[in-house]
Design a protein around this ligand. Structure first.
Ligand SMILES: Nc1nc2c(ncn2[C@@H]2O[C@H](COP(=O)(O)OP(=O)(O)OP(=O)(O)O)[C@@H](O)[C@H]2O)c(=O)[nH]1
Ligand SMILES: [Mg+2]
Length: 411
């Protein structure tokens, strides 16, 4: 399939810092690529204000129109979210399909969603985005032919009739409620099983899935593309002491995620707040890593996850050309490709848990094998010996403060 030829338009305002502006354009190009397009040209304009009717100045529109014809552009994408009016006016003037950054991201999510729940969440976000933009000539005219921005989840074409959209939104909301309830029950069950939960979060393309796969020997989609992972995936992991936990790979974060998307994915994202420990994976080799770290932290705060302990994992250290000063503590530098790095990481996680947890010594009779087994799986054991005279196992280790086995220590 040939790539859609894309022209990007972007307004730089006086208080946009030059570096951030450039990196947002770079990100838009990467997003375009992920969606199956190719950016042929970028037109930028410095302005005091966004033009209320046209986004950029009217003079600029003529220049863009010329370029669109000359380069045979299939699709124009604006770097910022456009109002319904701006979208309509630009479409009229350019006579070319136009979408904004939000639609582009929604389109990628639509392509990437695989579970029923993910698909419903994305479609809901898309429909909520479209609804106010459908008066008179709207998106449906802009993108009659299909392509980036018109796709719903699972390659279906998005509904464009207002009445149908309203009905569809109600329908999805109802079905999502049921799914969320089921997941809540599953979550509660996991809670009562007291499985310790680690969550991997981070900016898109940081290397979360790579790390997840190496740590669990599983196959979460890892790709040099944005939003390779949409649906959270959970596996068992065993730390060096034998301690067993669950670890979850999650959807990557991004600057300026469309608000309808955050709302729709809220229940998925909120799983992070239920975690006992967060691994915040950062692509240390990315020049924008500082901004990316801030974006992730802001989103975590928005989700009310600030009380969960976080280890910042500076990944891709093999690509690091100059020294990077960590923004957060505790932290570790690793390369997810490197075995030794992974070993250091799991050891670091254990040592941080030990700092937080209560240490214990307990004597067990040889007949208490089942209890010993539980301790081995659910706590971090430092030392285990057998006292022949007393005919007792002596176990030394660390246990989570609210662990159900705490009571046996007090006896
Ligand atoms: N050089 C190098 N590349 C890495 C390392 N870890 C991951 N990568 C590469 O970085 C790219 C992104 O990795 P993923 O694991 O898919 O990233 P992700 O954070 O899961 O991305 P999303 O799911 O899109 O949010 C892939 O091409 C990986 O091979 C590393 O330590 N060193
Ligand atoms: Mg991933």
């Amino acid at each position: 399939m040939s790539k859609e030829k894309i022209l990007v338009i972007a307004v730089k305002m006086p208080d946009d810092n030059e570096h951030r502006f450039k990196s947002s354009l770079k990100e838009l190009a990467a997003l375009s690529d992920t969606a199956g397009g190719e950016v042929k040209e970028v037109v930028t304009q410095n302005r005091q204000h966004i033009h209320p009717a046209f986004y950029l100045g009217e003079g600029k529109i003529n220049e863009i129109k010329r370029l669109v014809d000359e380069l045979e552009i299939d699709l124009v994408i604006s770097n910022d979210e456009l109002s319904p009016g701006q979208l309509r006016n630009l479409n009229d003037r350019l006579e070319t399909p136009i979408i904004d950054r939000s639609q582009l991201i929604l389109d990628i999510f639509a392509k990437r969603a695989h579970t029923k729940e993910g698909q419903m969440q994305v479609e809901l976000a898309q429909l909520e985005y479209m609804l106010p933009r459908l008066h008179g000539k709207g998106i449906e005219l802009s993108r009659l032919g299909g392509g980036i921005g018109t796709r719903g989840p699972g390659e279906t074409k998005l509904e464009t009739d207002q009445r149908h959209i309203r009905r569809r939104i109600q329908d999805i909301k109802r079905r999502l409620k049921i799914v969320v309830k089921q997941r809540d029950q599953y979550r509660k069950r996991r809670r009562t099983n007291e499985a310790f939960q680690l969550a991997i979060v981070g900016y898109t393309n940081a290397g979360k899935s790579t790390l997840f796969n190496r740590l669990t020997e599983s196959k979460s989609l890892e790709e040099d593309q944005l939003f390779a992972t949409l649906d959270p995936l959970t596996r068992k992991i065993r730390l060096p002491s034998g301690f067993q936990a669950l670890i979850t790979d999650t959807v990557g974060f991004l600057q300026e995620l469309p608000t309808t998307l955050i709302a729709a994915f809220r229940s998925t994202l909120e799983e992070v707040t239920e975690a006992d420990f967060i691994l915040h994976v950062v692509d240390a080799s990315n020049p924008d890593n500082e901004q990316q770290q801030n974006t992730v932290i802001e989103l975590l705060n928005e989700l009310d996850a600030q009380n969960v302990p976080i280890l910042t994992v500076y990944n891709k250290k093999d690509l690091l050309k100059r020294e990077l000063i960590p923004m957060h503590y505790p932290y570790i530098f690793i390369s997810a490709f490197n075995e030794d790095s992974l070993q250091e990481l799991v050891e670091k996680i254990e040592s941080l848990l030990k700092e937080e947890w209560d240490n214990f010594i307990i004597e067990l009779k040889p007949s208490e094998g089942q209890l010993l087994n539980r301790l081995e799986n659910e706590t971090i054991i430092n030392d285990k010996s057998f006292d022949e005279n007393a005919n007792r196992y002596i176990i030394k280790g660390y246990m989570q403060t609210n662990h159900p086995l705490q009571h046996i220590l007090k006896e």
